[in-house]
Design a protein around this ligand. Structure first.
Ligand code: SF4
Length: 513
């Protein structure tokens, strides 16, 4: 366990993320406002860090960031304390500091601290992180902002390297993606347009790693019609309050929308078409992620209703792993569902895969990529598994005696996936990171030219308002100056239905002028 003692709760999130990135297997506990107790016996088994804005006075001094690194049991303070600080504004530094002048006057105090910690931990572990000290979830935003200011590739590269220590490879990836995103979004109406999200929070069964709002359809079947009625109420609100605005994209996700029966699906989609003007919609996606929920009849309904992009998600092409993670469908079912969708005329099909699944090695990832290549999807999203301690998956793995260290994405796996995607003619077009992501990597979407998921970019870059309907969904209003305000619908499906009028009121409040 890593214990981090902070003299305030400032920068707590960033420090935690940075430690987690260097020590993915360890628990990192934060103690804001507490000091290291050298008498604490537990320290013999952990490392601790004590951060001050000034190491000598332990008070804030403009331009000086310092921290104390304690590693192991404290027996003789002099040997074990390495006090690092840097007066980065005046460029003088402590001789113990291992920063080699890499922190400059231009840095904000937050970034100076992150650089300092990065350099010390990199020394300590012998590791360099592909994303450097970046702890945010949207690294492409940095490249995007610089492009907007007219920066060229070299300037972007210098900035990302000097400010965040990002690797050359990740700089090239984020710059290429940012340029692609700008091209794809060039016709989006940010002023008068919006996107619509509709959440269907039901799934055939709950996958063990699930972090979304999802209820097993079997047990909730009897409330689905009432749930659809609530969605219709929300659609009525959109029709009324957004009249005259343009819908750029529609995304139905969840959950698994294809758990609806063909009749329910038709009823909902027809209502949507009757109430809203979909004539400007550039992309209409329905996630049909679980192959065990797809039928020919549902595909026909979606096609008839104007859905032009779907997801059929394998996650892995190994049946043993699917069983282990609670997907309850087979690879054969996936292939059948995919072929059926092609037969019904879907020419933009996305597939999701997850790297770092329990027990899977680079060989398994290669196998999955080879099998997917035979199917030739238009869009492939590569996720790194994010396992939460205490999640059902973590518990099940423990009970099966599966070594936690096997749940690890590696650079080799990432390379196999990206090379595989490129060999299918797909290019990376969006990217995001998330907390606890396996191996400190990222999730990347690849697509064939002209098939990139526009909604994925919009939600990731947060550049357009998204009106979200359904339990557990989040509506986002993006103002002209880039300010973003959100409003959540409650997650609990029954509460959502009980409080539907309040959900609508909240959105009305958010969008009022
Ligand atoms: S299909 Fe997706 S939303 Fe449904 S349980 Fe699995 S991970 Fe969760």
């Amino acid at each position: 366990m890593k214990r981090i003692y902070l003299n305030s709760d400032k920068y707590q999130y960033d420090i935690h993320s940075l430690f987690k990135a260097f020590y993915p297997e360890e628990e990192v506990k934060m103690y804001p406002g507490e000091k290291v107790d050298p008498e604490d016996e537990n320290l013999c088994e952990c490392s601790a860090i004590d951060i001050y804005e000034d190491a000598d006075t332990e008070e804030y001094v403009e331009g000086r960031i310092a921290f104390t690194w304690i590693n192991g049991k404290i027996t003789g303070e002099e040997e074990l304390y390495v006090r690092n600080y840097i007066d980065y504004k005046s460029s003088s530094k402590n001789e113990n500091a291992s920063t080699n002048g890499e922190i400059s006057k231009a840095d904000t105090s937050k970034n100076a601290l992150k650089k300092l910690i990065y350099l010390v931990l990199s020394d300590e572990t012998g590791k360099e992180l592909p994303w450097g000290n970046l702890t945010g979830i949207r690294p492409t935003r940095i490249a995007m902002n610089l492009i907007d200011k007219g920066a060229g590739d070299e300037e972007i590269s210098d900035y990302m390297k000097n400010t965040y220590f990002v690797s050359d490879e990740k700089i090239a990836l984020s710059t290429a993606i940012a340029r692609r995103e700008k091209e794809i979004l060039k016709d989006i109406d940010y002023v008068n347009g919006y996107s619509l999200y509709i959440g269907i929070p039901f799934c055939p069964t709950t996958c063990l790693y699930c972090s979304f709002t999802s209820y097993p359809i079997g047990a909730y079947q009897n409330i689905v019609d009432d749930y659809i009625d609530c969605l219709k109420k929300e659609i009525d609100y959109v029709a009324e309050d957004f009249e005259g605005k343009t819908i750029d994209t529609v995304y139905m996700g969840g959950g698994t929308p294809t758990t609806l029966s063909p009749e329910q699906m038709e009823n909902l989609l027809q209502y949507l078409r009757d109430k809203l003007d979909l004539s400007h919609v550039k992309e209409f996606t329905v996630e049909s992620g679980r192959p065990d929920s797809i039928t020919r009849e549902k595909l026909k309904v979606m096609k008839r209703m104007g859905v032009d992009r779907i997801s059929v998600n394998p996650q892995t092409m190994r049946d043993e792993t699917l069983k282990l993670i609670g997907r309850r469908h087979t690879v054969a079912q996936l292939i059948d569902a995919y072929n059926m969708a092609r037969e019904e005329g879907f020419d933009n099909i996305n597939m999701d895969i997850i790297l770092g699944l329990p027990g899977e090695t680079a060989k398994d990832v290669q196998y999955t990529m080879d099998e997917i290549k035979k199917l030739n999807p238009d869009d492939l999203t590569v996720h790194s598994l994010a396992i939460k301690r205490g999640s059902r998956l973590a518990e099940v793995l423990r009970s099966k005696g599966i070594d936690g260290s096997l749940i690890n994405n590696t650079e080799e796996m990432m390379n196999i996936a990206s090379m595989g995607a490129v060999s299918m003619g797909l290019e990376p077009y969006y990217l995001y990171r998330q907390k606890n992501i396996s191996g400190n990597f990222e999730n990347t979407g690849y697509a064939r030219q002209g098939k990139a998921g526009i909604y994925n970019i919009l939600i990731n870059e947060e550049v357009q308002s998204i009106v979200a309907l359904g339990a557990g969904t989040v509506t986002k209003r993006v103002f002209g100056n880039g300010r973003i305000e959100r409003c959540d619908n409650v997650k609990d499906v029954k509460l959502y239905m009980e409080q539907i009028d309040e959900m609508i009121m909240r959105k009305r409040e958010l969008f009022k002028l």
